[in-house]
Design a protein around this ligand. Sequence first.
Ligand code: ADP
Ligand code: MG
Length: 365
Amino acid sequence: MAHVVLKDLVKTYGSFKAVNDVSLTVNDGEFVALVGPSGCGKTTTLNLVAGLIPITSGDIVIGDRVVNGLDPKDRDIAMVFQNYALYPQKSVYKNLAFPLQMRKLPRDEIDRKVKEAARVLDMTHLLERKPRELSGGQQQRVALGRALVRDPAVFLMDEPLSNLDAKLRVQMRSEIKRFHQDLKATIIYVTHDQLEAVTMADKMAVMNGGYLQQYDSPAQVFAHPVNMFVASFIGSPAMSLIPLEASTANGNTVLTGAEGWSLELSPRNAQKAARATTKKVVLGARHSTIKLHKSAVPGSVPAKAYTVEPTGDVTFVQALLSGVIVNISVPPNIAVAPDEQIWLEFDQERIHVFDGETEMALKAD
Ligand SMILES: Nc1ncnc2c1ncn2[C@@H]1O[C@H](COP(=O)(O)OP(=O)(O)O)[C@@H](O)[C@H]1O
Ligand SMILES: [Mg+2]
């Protein structure tokens, strides 16, 4: 396996920058997810690493080589795509063997590699079947196997689970994770699904509009999103982002909502708000960090229930506050009705404070 370095990577189509100065290092054996909304440049970035499209500028290093000018076949990579692209007329065995035959490996070595891949992916019993005799998940496993037999330095995967139904996707998610753990493979995995990235990856590279927004472990990105885009993209239901106005009097900083209520900030949050470029401050809170009250308690702010979604274990309440929808989760035994007057209490240790102008997270000392 090998590490991968992207340095100031740029891809332009005419005047449009699909990939904008992306720099990151994927360590040897790491599982990195490129995640972001549709059109943010994930596939383009992966195809640049694969060599399927030429870079505009920057460098790509795989192992100890700069591979900028190398053909895909010389980059020591294997790709797994959303559509598995299996040969329909060939058995699973032959599908796995084919890339090795093309490389003119000796027959017994091919046989050994195919059987080893089948063992790792638990599909020895499927080797004589044709793709149409396999389920979607089994076909995806064959596609993984075909990458595996090539014993590449790096696996590149582009939304490999998107064609599967929801249940199978969850199952294959853990299989690919297991595949990574067993092989200690270097994997770059593209997905638009933040949950896939969070659950599978050692690190995630969150992209938006061709720019890398944040590159860190899922836990760090979740706990410390660098800006409002990352804050709202990672986590489900999404973090609520409430636009407020900061003011300070007698040494106390308060945030004022559109309805006129004020929330006094803790000293640490006041320090963050003081760093905003204007009075516009956005309070960010995940559903689990907001308490819902049926009557006013000190430190709570008035809101109105909008919709109520029981899911069994937990009930999600959407409330209107300062002109936006706020997501709150409550135990299922708490009955809330739409349009009911409620009060929300924010956990000041866990809220996020963003600059309303630059949309960047504000930090305390
Ligand atoms: N060959 C191309 N010519 C022009 N624009 C392209 C081309 N390929 C991709 N793009 C544009 O680049 C942006 C990023 O595309 P892509 O990397 O496929 O996004 P993602 O995989 O994140 O959904 C999109 O706006 C897309 O329309
Ligand atoms: Mg894509």
